[in-house]
Design a protein around this ligand. Structure first.
Ligand SMILES: [Ca+2]
Ligand SMILES: [Ca+2]
Length: 149
């Protein structure tokens, strides 16, 4: 009687261990899928951010900075615009770093001035994520330009 009970317990234990190992494998698969999805999501995010800035009127990797906010393109004022801000723009475009050109170096834009007093920390994935003012005290003679490298 006791032997039978022991055997049954033993069988139950084996069954549970098999279930547990199946479950572990399942979780491993889920984890791998999650990592994959995370990577995919990140690359989509980076791609979409890339299309929210452009450099106009310069060369291939330089020009007047134009940004998209709420579906609208516009220019950026040069007030307080520094290397950290240029770096964020260039990284957003897939380059490694940037240099600022102020006072409409690449010509005056004609779109709405959408950003003033931009203050990026440098770690933002997009300039739209940086601190800035929507209300500006600028004119297009202050349109900022960026040279990426
Ligand atoms: Ca200025
Ligand atoms: Ca200002």
């Amino acid at each position: 009687m006791v032997d039978q009970l022991l055997l049954k317990t033993f069988e139950e234990k084996n069954k549970l261990e098999i279930e547990l190992s199946n479950l572990r494998r399942h979780v491993d698969h889920l984890h791998r899928d999650l990592v994959h999805l995370e990577k995919l999501f990140k690359s989509i995010l980076i791609q979409s951010k890339k299309h929210m800035v452009r450099l106009v009127g310069g060369g291939f990797m330089s020009g007047r900075l134009e940004v998209k906010i709420d579906g609208e393109w516009g220019t950026v004022c040069d007030d307080y615009f520094g290397t950290d801000d240029a770096n964020v723009v260039c990284k957003q475009l897939g380059y490694s770093s940037g240099v600022v050109r102020d006072q409409a170096y690449y010509g005056m834009g004609s779109l709405k001035i959408l950003m003033d007093d931009v203050a990026c920390l440098g770690s933002e994935l997009a300039i739209q994520n940086c601190r800035y003012k929507r209300e500006h005290d600028c004119s297009h003679s202050e349109d900022v330009g960026v040279i990426c490298s």
